[in-house]
Design a protein around this ligand. Structure first.
Ligand code: 9WN
Length: 411
């Protein structure tokens, strides 16, 4: 079966969501530049407009903070459709930005874009190297404890309402949050989005870090939330490896990155929950695993860790759902097939897990995930995410990263 009409639709989505130098995830619901969405967009553009692919990454890196952080949202043109906007974040910047980061996949995607453009792209990749290095250095300083990458806000993980954060978030004091007007539920059904209680907690945490003046040391010491995330840990480890590859290609000294890789391989091992028998999140404040098997648990292969112990979980889950891979274990107590990161399938996560499986030689598992990703998009369109049970398209439509991974991975 050919999917040429879907290839063209995917390219059109990227063009439609292009705001000139950056791509919005989808119009209305997410009207700004998001960090890891942009990296996926660049990968998608690399299949048909290589210059535009580089520009996407260059625009992202242009908003890097002086301390090295690359923010999770860049508010290029302030609009009323999204809450919380730059006034709430109070993080400064020109254009203004949010005050946290997001999964650092830009080095990985820069390497992928370069693979499509190895001659003309060489100086553009080289120009990006120091910024990427500084960002990774920021992560090692600000977020990595004992080799595990921690989040200080669920939005930083990219898996906002994953059950991983439930217990940690229940300790966040929301009494000072006050009244506010959400915008997301005017674009999307309530039952596909985080709850009001979770939004209160997101805001309380945002205000907490803002009141710390976004100072890393103060936040590290005092934030009520600090959870080591297998998703962030595996993605950062993978990105370190890709950054080292880039540095080596330009004859840079990559000894520092070698050290980070060693530290994080060890740290990733600490995220193995021996009771559950899977990679788990770990609450640094309580010293306990969160007991959550999620799509992030399957990122080990993507990080270059060949761990066969995760394969039986993958087999069980592949047999349990119509479309892989649910963002949370369908047998878990918090599973909800339609509510955002508590069950739905995210195509871009599949592309990462699938890449890891392919690289580690698990071709049959990789094939099933790729075919499932192709089927859910072909059957249900370019939605933000989908029910793993029946494919119901959910969240925003005409979605950038779904289109991007269609072009690069699923079609
Ligand atoms: C908050 C843009 C982003 C993604 C995240 C996803 C969602 C934002 C929101 O949308 O988060 O950052 O407002 O819900 O969880 O992964 O980057 O697509």
């Amino acid at each position: 079966m050919t999917y040429e009409h879907l290839d063209e639709e995917a390219r059109q989505i990227l063009r439609d969501n292009d705001r000139g130098g950056y791509t919005v995830p989808t119009s209305g619901l997410y009207p700004y530049q998001w960090n890891w969405d942009s990296a996926f967009a660049a990968w998608g553009f690399s299949t048909f407009d290589i210059d535009r692919a580089w520009v996407e990454l260059e625009t992202l890196m242009a908003s890097q903070w002086d301390d090295g952080m690359v923010p999770h949202i860049i508010f290029h043109r302030v609009v009323p459709e999204y809450f919380p906007g730059p006034d709430v974040w109070g993080a400064g910047g020109n254009p203004p930005t949010s005050g946290i980061s997001q999964p650092p996949i830009a080095a990985t995607m820069a390497r992928a874009v370069y693979a499509a453009d190895m001659v003309a792209g060489r100086p553009r990749l080289e120009a990006m190297y120091d910024g990427l290095l500084n960002w990774h250095r920021w992560f090692m300083r600000a977020r990595v404890d004992d080799g595990m990458c921690c989040i200080t806000h669920p939005w930083e993980s990219g898996r906002d309402n994953a059950p991983d954060w439930d217990e940690g978030m229940s300790n966040v004091d929301t009494s000072g949050v006050g009244a506010y007007q959400r915008r997301d539920t005017s674009h999307v059904d309530n039952d596909m989005r985080p709850t009001k209680e979770q939004y209160d907690q997101y805001l309380a945490l945002l205000y907490f870090s803002r009141d710390c003046g976004w100072d890393i040391e103060t936040i590290n010491r005092t934030s009520p939330l600090r959870i080591a995330d297998p998703g962030m840990t595996f993605m950062l480890l993978r990105a370190h490896r890709d950054l080292k590859w880039i540095g080596d290609a330009f004859g840079r000294d990559t000894t520092e990155i070698d050290g980070w890789i060693d530290t994080m391989v060890e740290g990733a091992g600490r995220l193995w929950n021996p009771d559950g028998g899977y990679y788990d999140s770990f609450n640094m404040r309580t010293g306990a695993f969160t007991g959550t098997l999620s799509c992030a648990s399957f990122y080990c292969w993507y990080a270059g860790i060949d761990d066969q112990r995760m394969l039986p979980h993958l087999d069980r889950i592949l047999a349990a759902v119509k479309y892989p891979i649910p963002s949370y274990d369908p047998d878990g107590p918090g599973f909800d097939h339609i509510r955002y990161w508590r069950g739905p399938v995210w195509g871009m996560a599949n592309s990462q897990i699938g890449a890891g499986l392919t690289e580690m030689g698990y071709a049959e598992h990789a094939r099933k995930i790729r075919e499932g990703t192709r089927a859910v998009i072909a059957d249900h369109g370019f939605a933000e995410y989908f029910s793993p049970v029946d494919g119901t398209p959910a969240g925003g439509q005409h979605f950038t990263w779904t289109a991007a991974i269609w072009l690069t991975y699923a079609s």
